[in-house]
Write a protein that binds this ligand. Structure first.
Ligand code: C2E
Ligand code: CA
Ligand code: CA
Length: 869
């Protein structure tokens, strides 16, 4: 079929029986039109010159015009003025218009492009015109000839043109659609290849209009003669169908798992049970891989018995689509697709698995329903900003499952854009990373914690120590670093084995932890070595106590694996920032102090600084003595008068405790009250003070017949303890003294403690007629509201205000303000520490009620006090 000049004949429009209308004249003319079109395409593909192309184009236009006239005469004879005829005529008119337009504009583009446009327009138009319009007209015309009415004829024609015919038309048209994009290139490629291959045998029965790059692969199966036609690149596909039904070859390339269903679908259609045959199956490619194929088809003719004679269909490789679907369905990652308004349009099974929400529930909703409430608005705003700017976002986020559980996920959001580059879908992928997080934590734990005791290890300890240094620098509160070494632990380990040693360490850890606060960090930094970072140090006393407790508790026997084991501990203490300023120095100091403790006999603690160590030792000795002081009757109450400023009369006295130590002489309360508080001895001592003071009051009452009041100091530790006020009240009853003759002095800090026990005790005192005095007023933070709430009777202006009092000092204004304020609340004021006449006068002038101080008298023993009275 080669034309002259080695022109590669190019069938852009392969004629087949399918194009025949059944009206001979029309078919003949159509064939001629197609031939001219194919020639035009061939010349185009072969880069023929402009003149030849123009000639052929003109020839085509002339011939079309001639053909339309022939056709119109035939259709007019059958349809008269029916709308089918008129509509058909209109298509001819529009063709001519379009062709003229293309021809007119041909100077504006390179000739190649013009011809290219014309060829693709013509081929499409012709395909539709011949395959659809004319064929339909012909079928109706034939029906009319055989006596049908116009309506019946049209219905019959439409019927015949539906189904497989539609598939065919669709296929051809879509082929030309895709062709038009790069028809020229394709054709030229094709021309070259054909030159090389020296032209294939082109049977008119074979459909040759599917070119490389065509969308679908078409097959035509003549069942009657078992003849198969198929587009060139469908050959490997069709062979399967062929084999399957002719040779019954089970080894055909269809995946064994898909054969059964494919057979059933085919049979169902051949038997007339389905309108179309459709089946998805896998076929074996020559490269050994499986491809997914979607096969569709329809029986286009049957014999009188209804046996299928011929079937037409398509094959498409849907491997990618199918793979995507498989991935979508089986992915362990949740996939969520939402529309431009962020309403969900699809979720996969993993989505349901992770979130607990069914697809039906999620559909149409904004993904907001997953939110955990753990992220602020700003988080999401930033996320959407990112998506708008970059098209995607990824990160960790907390969401909530349908059962309410909050879980972490790794989320990736991508945008899908339409042809114009506008976002039209959001595509979100996420993983539940709960397990991963746990694993991460486990790794972190292994790196930072001692697996045996679960305490921070040396590495973690170093971190915490650094942090604590920074914290302390900010808060200005010192901290202590304690280094604990278990004595004799090595002996246990060596003689009884590691398992016993391990059990002992676990128990020792438990004991140590029992004596520290939550905020303190206990670490295990070596075999039997522990550290404690003891934070927010307000006084060294509390460390002394904790050390003592730890030492005592570690020297109790350990019952481990049926053994009673005895160990003890030596502890070294260093203080930041006093002793050192860096972590490594601190650790060295604490270690050194620990060795000192070991050297001085074990089961004890040692401070790094010698002076501190001395202090600690002194405190320890004092505590030991304090334990015996009550029994040895070493305490004594002194009394200091409280004077009514206006009259100078002694109406009250404050009882102040003294400790007559056999070696040290009189120990002032500031030196031992804190120790008594730390050790709890204050409870017993306090009871003794109250009883002794009230006993003395009673004596003076009877002796001097005065409305005389004695105040006693009560430590916050006493208020916090479970000791009952009732005991005191019973005592008052026993000695027959009214409550109104005693006053309890409390400190401001006590009022700040928001504990009901304290408020209850204060109320109990008031109910018993015992008055309450607020000591050291002005040094703490009491607010008016507190004072009012607790029904205070007196405030005692602290010595520090009084001692600086001169006429023009700011303290006078302060004192006056306190007095005015107190009086407004019906509270009386006592000024402490009056040492000079000037202070007395100033305070009297500003209406202070009472005064106390060396000016009147130092605290003195009861005997001496009597003389004042
Ligand atoms: P405080 O309750 O503020 O007692 C007043 C302190 O000021 C007394 O010290 C007293 O001697 C001293 N003082 C009185 N007048 C003057 C003065 O004109 N100038 C100066 N510079 N000082 C003056 P003391 O007796 O050494 O008591 C110290 C603290 O010990 C008391 O302070 C009180 O908080 C506590 N304390 C004393 N006895 C007891 C007690 O029986 N129980 C409790 N829990 N604490 C007590
Ligand atoms: Ca006091
Ligand atoms: Ca005071």
């Amino acid at each position: 079929m080669k034309e002259a000049n080695e022109l590669i004949y190019f069938e852009i429009f392969p004629w087949s029986k399918n194009f025949e209308t059944g009206i001979a004249l029309i078919d003949e003319q159509h064939r001629e039109l197609v031939h001219i079109l194919n020639r035009l395409a061939a010349h185009l593909a072969n880069r023929s010159d402009e003149i030849v192309l123009n000639e052929i184009f003109d020839e085509l236009a002339d011939y079309a015009d001639y053909h339309f006239k022939t056709e119109e005469a035939i259709w007019s004879a059958h349809f008269g003025d029916d709308e089918w005829y008129l509509d058909h005529e209109a298509t001819h008119v529009s063709f001519i218009d379009k062709a003229i337009l293309l021809k007119e504009n041909r100077d504006q583009k390179p000739l190649d492009d013009v011809i290219h446009d014309i060829v693709s327009f013509l081929s499409k138009w012709l395909a539709y015109h011949i395959l659809d319009t004319d064929k339909r007209m012909a079928k109706a015309a034939l029906a009319l000839e055989s006596g049908a009415s116009m309506d019946q004829a049209k219905i019959q024609a439409n019927d015949e043109m539906s189904g497989s015919m539609k598939i065919l038309i669709h296929t051809v048209l879509s082929m030309y659609d895709s062709l038009s994009d790069r028809t020229l290139e394709l054709m030229r490629e094709k021309a070259l290849r054909q030159q090389a291959e020296d032209a294939l045998d082109r049977s008119e029965e074979r459909w040759r209009f599917i070119l490389d790059g065509g969308v679908e692969n078409v097959w035509d199966w003549d069942i009657e003669h078992n003849q198969i036609s198929h587009s060139e690149n469908d050959a490997p596909l069709f062979k399967i169908v062929d084999n399957r039904f002719t040779a019954d070859d089970e080894t055909a390339a269809v995946h064994p798992a898909d054969i059964q269903e494919m057979k059933a679908d085919f049979q169902a259609h051949l038997d007339g049970q389905t309108d179309f045959y459709t089946n998805k199956h896998r076929i074996l490619r020559s490269n050994g891989s499986w491809s997914w194929v979607l096969s569709r088809g329809k029986v286009v003719s049957r014999d009188e018995q209804g046996n299928a004679l011929r079937m037409v269909g398509t094959h498409s490789d849907i491997t990618e689509r199918e793979l995507a679907a498989q991935i979508y369905q089986n992915s362990s990652q949740a996939i969520l697709i939402s529309d431009i308004n962020n309403n969900i349009i699809s979720v996969n099974p993993a989505f349901t698995k992770i979130t607990g929400y069914q697809a039906e529930y999620a559909m149409g909703r904004n993904p907001k329903f997953l939110s955990s409430g753990k992220h602020a608005r700003a988080f999401f705003d930033a996320m959407w900003e990112d998506i708008r700017m970059t098209g995607h976002w990824s990160g960790e986020i907390f969401n909530r499952r349908s059962n309410g559980e909050v879980y972490p996920e790794f989320l990736m959001i991508n945008t899908v854009k339409d042809a114009h580059g506008e976002i039209d879908h959001y595509f979100a992928l996420f993983d539940d990373i709960t397990e991963k997080k746990k694993a991460d934590e486990r790794i972190l734990e292994q790196a930072n914690f001692d697996p045996l005791t679960k305490l921070p290890n040396r590495r973690m300890f170093q971190d915490r120590l650094q942090q604590e240094i920074k914290r302390s620098q900010r808060s200005k509160l010192p901290f202590a670093l304690l280094y604990i070494d278990l004595d004799h632990f090595k002996d246990v380990n060596d003689s009884l084995g590691h398992e016993t040693g391990d059990a002992l360490l676990i128990e020792a850890t438990r004991r140590i932890l029992g004596h520290v606060r939550e905020s303190d960090t206990v670490s295990r930094i070596g075999g039997d070595e522990f550290t404690i970072i003891f934070t927010d140090l307000r006084d060294t006393l509390s460390i002394d106590r904790v050390m003592q407790e730890i030492i005592v508790s570690l020297s109790r026997p350990f019952e481990v694996r049926r053994n009673s084991l005895y160990i003890s501990a030596s502890i070294g203490i260093t203080i930041f920032p006093d002793d050192a300023e860096t972590a490594s120095e601190l650790l060295k100091n604490a270690d050194q102090a620990m060795y000192l403790a070991k050297k001085s006999g074990r089961s004890c603690f040692s401070y790094f600084t010698p002076s501190m160590q001395k202090e600690a030792q002194k405190r320890q000795l004092l505590i030991n003595d304090l334990h015996k002081a009550l029994d040895l009757r070493q305490f004594q109450l002194y009394y200091q008068p409280i004077v009514e400023l206006q009259t100078g009369k002694i109406l009250k006295a404050e009882a102040l405790i003294r400790w007559n130590h056999p070696e040290r002489g009189v120990v002032p309360p500031d030196d031992f009250i804190p120790l008594a508080e730390e050790s709890g001895l204050i409870l017993e001592i306090g009871d003794w003070v109250y009883k002794e003071a009230t006993r003395q009051t009673k004596v003076w009452q009877e002796q001097f017949n005065l409305e005389f009041q004695v105040s006693v100091n009560k430590s916050p530790v006493q208020f916090r303890s479970s000791a009952k006020i009732e005991d005191w009240l019973e005592h008052l009853a026993e000695i027959d003294l009214s409550g109104k003759y005693s006053v309890i002095e409390i400190t401001e800090s006590l009022l700040m403690e928001n504990e009901s026990r304290i408020a209850d005790k204060l109320l109990q005192l008031r109910d018993a007629g015992i008055e309450v005095s607020l000591d050291d007023f002005g040094t703490g933070y009491s607010s008016l509201s507190y004072i009012k709430k607790f029904d205070i009777d007196y405030i005692k202006i602290d010595k520090s205000f009084v001692s600086n009092l001169t006429l023009d000092s700011p303290d006078i204004a302060l004192c006056e303000a306190m007095i005015v304020m107190a009086h407004k609340l019906a509270i009386k004021v006592i000024a402490e520490g009056i040492e000079t006449e000037e202070q007395r006068r100033l305070l009297t002038d500003i209406n202070c009620d009472y005064g106390q101080g060396y000016l009147y008298s130092r605290p003195i023993p009861a005997d001496d006090f009597e003389k004042l009275l």
